[in-house]
Design a protein around this ligand. Sequence first.
Ligand code: S3P
Length: 169
Amino acid sequence: MKNIVLTGFMGTGKSEVSRELSRILGWKSIDIDAEIEKSQKMAITEIFRQSGEPKFRDIETETIKKFSGNKNVIISTGGGAVLRQENMDVLREKGVIVCLAARPETILQRTSKNNDRPLLQVDEPLKKIKELLEFRKPYYEKADIMIDTEGKTPLEVAEEIIEKVKNEG
Ligand code: S3P
C-alpha cells in the first residue's frame, strides 16, 4: 500500500485521524507542522511572527521533501501545503493524497479552542475561514480521495480512508 498523505483545511481533524490510522495500520505518523516546530525550535505562530508566511512556506516545502520519501507512513500536512504544486508532486510519488473536508462552522468550532493558527487570529475568523476555503477549493480538490468528516469520529474517518486507499491500489 502507498503512504497516506492527509491534506485539508485547518480543523478538519488531520492530526486525530492520523493517530487513528497509525494505530490501525501500525505505521508511523509524521506531522509536518510538528516536524517544522522541532527543526526550527519554534512554534508555528512564532515563525509566522518573526519571518512571515512566505518563509514559513519555504520551510514547509523543505520539510515535506525531507519526509515524503519514507515508506509505510502517514504524513499529515498543514492546511496550506496544497498551495504549492511541488509539495503535492513530491508527496504523490509515494503516497495517496487524501483530503478531509468539514463545514466552515465546524472548522471555526474546532480551531477556536486555541490560538495556534496565525491565519485565523482576526476579528472575523468565520469570514476568513470561508474566504480561504473558497480560494483553496481548487487546490484541495486535486486530492485522489475526498472525505467528508462531518458528523464522523476520527476512527470512522480513518476506516473510510483505509477502505478507499485499498481500492486505489
Ligand atoms: C496553515 C495550517 C496550519 C499551519 C499554519 C498554516 C494553513 O496547519 O501549517 O498555521 O495555511 O492552512 P493545520 O492545518 O494543521 O492547522
